[in-house]
Ligand binder design. Structure first.
Ligand code: ADP
Ligand code: ADP
Length: 225
């Protein structure tokens, strides 16, 4: 069974004359351990697709199944629990909670899920990401690269099956972005499983196991390797 499957998945925003067809009906299969890069021009539907796959939005039609479980047949509460147990998210703007320390940000998803943090695992993860000396800092006391490394640790803290990242290096300068990306790829390989990344960076796409090129809400034929 594929890890993720979409059937005629589509998304329209707005009504009547203001309608935007952000995603046209899409059948897609993503296997376990894939590293999928989603590329395409701005406004082409990349974030829409990522949010639908990650259970953060609702489709206009069609469905998304994760190991056979229909994501949008669940109610909001069930889907939110499912997301916390199975998915990790990384955003361009880090989205850390400013009044919590790095460590508290990292363990927050576990606490919300009523799980006891696996301290050995979290220590290993922090060491891998080079943030073990920064765990008691607030996000505002950290550089952008450090904040994104904390966000990666948070995304991986619950040992998710799938990590979703929307332009994870978009707010970082080139060199720092490359370092953070290396760490993201290595940590997902080591501690997570499947990685789905939106990127404008051809270097990121080169490293992916497959590439999905979206233009105006449609997948370009032959773009997926
Ligand atoms: P990308 O991530 O490739 O930049 P998006 O998925 O954000 O593209 O957007 C695809 C299209 O849908 C764009 O035309 C965008 O303006 C539109 N869109 C995205 N989100 C919304 C929304 N919440 N309401 C209305 N239109 C939206
Ligand atoms: P990205 O950098 O990922 O392409 P965008 O700037 O396109 O992100 O969109 C950021 C957020 O704003 C997304 O969650 C998207 O759904 C929403 N959004 C994008 N376009 C619109 C729009 N025209 N109206 C309302 N929300 C939008």
């Amino acid at each position: 069974m594929p890890l993720i499957e979409t059937k005629q998945l589509a998304k329209k925003y707005g009504q009547d004359e203001t309608t935007v067809q952000a995603l046209y009906p899409l059948d897609l299969t993503i296997n376990e351990n894939e590293f999928l890069a989603i590329v395409g021009p701005s406004g082409s539907g990349k974030s829409t697709l990522l949010q639908l796959l990650g259970g953060l939005d609702t489709p206009s039609s069609g469905k998304v199944t994760i190991e056979g479980q229909d994501l949008y047949a669940m109610n909001e509460r069930e889907r939110s629990i499912f997301r916390r147990r199975n998915f990790g998210f990384i955003f361009q703007s880090f989205n850390l909670i400013p009044i919590l320390t790095a460590e508290e940000n990292i363990t927050m998803p576990l606490l919300l899920d009523g799980k006891k943090p696996d301290l050995t695992y979290l220590r290993e993860l922090s060491r891998k990401l080079g943030i073990e000396e920064r765990l008691h800092h607030l996000p505002g006391q950290l550089s952008g690269g450090q904040q994104q490394r904390v966000a990666i640790a948070r995304a991986l803290s619950g040992k998710p099956k799938i990590v979703f990242a929307d332009e994870p290096t978009g707010n970082l300068d080139t060199r720092i972005g490359e370092e953070v990306l290396d760490l993201l790829i290595e940590s997902v390989r080591e501690f997570g499983k499947t990685l789905i990344v939106i990127t404008h960076d051809p270097k990121v796409a080169e490293r992916a196991s497959s590439v999905l090129n979206i233009v105006d809400g449609r997948i370009m034929e032959g773009a997926r390797q």
